[in-house]
Design a protein around this ligand. Structure first.
Ligand SMILES: *Cc1c(COP(=O)(O)O)cnc(C)c1O
Length: 363
């Protein structure tokens, strides 16, 4: 055919670029050797400068696991035992964070919004006015459930007003959306190497304010999820546990590509270009966007299932044409599907996708 691999239109893992795939063939490396330590320090530095405002005050603490591992390490290490944490959820990932707080027995309140709606900022304000012991807020930046990019500005303003620290799940936005690392109330941001950064699954990270390690103590009850342990070992580039070495090869190459492609702004522009064409074409084909068009992040879109199609039929027809789309989560499986433009998706790939959609939906 066209020599292209299956094009992944799910929000991570992504279709790799050829050079990231080749980086996986690097010679084997022991993680206790100096060459690995140099690689890890290089990755940490590159992660810290994806957002120029982060470089001075934040440290990228890496760990081996998927995005959930980074989010849980952030929660376990930083959510206090003595004060309440407020979770603003409007999708699967926010609700997962509340479950983590419960699992680690931290006092928390969850304000749940419908999966199609914005975060409940008004209810949060009322809660903050009543409750005096809320010290932290946790939220999801790009809620992958719907593709909604939750607004950080009003959230950070609320944190400033009520003197709360923000912990952010930016698993599907770090590297491609604006994150205001200069805001004094932002404490930590969890993400992974295999979504907007275009590496492979295996290395995740938390961008945490350096001061937390200097003056704070870990709240962690887990060992593998204790960020303070990783941070201490990584001063010299090492890791307390065996890291996903090959994922590091891929991530370094992917970060190099991100820099050469214009950093997070360049990536956002590329994603937007692809998403806009996709949503316009589907709109013209009568497939409705699932939330307001201007609420979407740059790369995740969700759509109501077209008339006469259930998800398996649409999925299989697209898979036969070389594209992997993504189902709605939970009950949404029956009513919507998602298409994500992360990864090495080329102009030709998009053109083929749009032509395929047109062929299927106009038949
Ligand atoms: C993907 C994702 C996660 C979880 O990451 P895994 O790699 O699947 O563990 C968490 N939060 C958000 C917003 C995500 O998109």
């Amino acid at each position: 055919m066209n020599g292209r691999p299956p094009i992944l239109l799910n929000p991570g893992p992504v279709t790799l670029s050829d050079s990231v795939r080749k980086a996986l063939l690097h010679d084997d490396m022991c993680h206790r050797e100096a060459d690995f330590a140099a690689l890890m320090l290089d990755i940490k530095q590159r992660l810290a400068r994806v957002y120029a405002e982060a470089e001075e005050e934040f440290e990228a603490v890496t760990l081996t696991g998927s995005g959930t591992c980074a989010v849980e390490a952030m929660i376990d290490s930083l959510a206090p035992r003595e004060s309440t944490t407020l979770v603003l959820s409007n999708g699967v990932y926010g609700e997962r964070i509340a479950a983590m707080l419960g699992a680690h027995k931290r006092p928390y309140v969850e304000l749940r919004a419908d999966w199609r709606e914005p975060m409940a900022l008004d209810r949060a304000r009322r809660k903050l006015e009543q409750a005096i012991d809320i010290g932290h807020i946790v939220a999801v930046h790009n809620e992958t459930t719907s593709g909604r990019l939750n607004e950080l500005e009003p959230l950070l303003a609320l944190c400033a007003e009520f003197e709360c620290r923000l912990l952010l799940d930016a698993v599907s936005s770090f590297g491609a959306e604006r994150i205001d690392f200069s805001h004094p109330n932002l404490d930590a941001v969890a993400s992974t190497g295999n979504k907007c950064l275009h590496g492979i699954v295996g290395i995740a990270f938390v961008m945490a304010r350096k001061r937390l390690f200097e003056t704070g103590t870990s709240q962690a009850d887990g060992l593998y999820t204790d960020l303070f342990r990783y941070q201490a070992a990584q001063v010299d580039g090492f890791s307390p546990f065996t890291p996903a070495v090959h994922a590091c090869f891929a991530l370094r190459q992917a970060l190099d590509e991100l820099e050469r492609q214009g950093g997070w702004r360049g990536r956002r522009a590329r994603y937007r270009l692809l998403s806009r064409q996709l949503r316009e074409r589907l709109d013209a084909l009568g497939v409705a966007a699932y939330i307001d068009d201007d609420s979407y992040s740059s790369m995740i879109s969700s759509f109501a299932l077209p008339r006469d199609w259930d998800y398996p039929a649409l999925h299989d027809a697209l898979r036969d044409a070389g594209f992997i789309i993504y189902a709605g989560q939970g009950d949404l499986y029956k009513e919507m599907f998602r298409i994500c433009t992360m990864g090495d998706i080329r102009d030709d790939d998009l053109a083929r996708l749009l032509a395929t959609l047109e062929r299927l939906l106009c038949a």
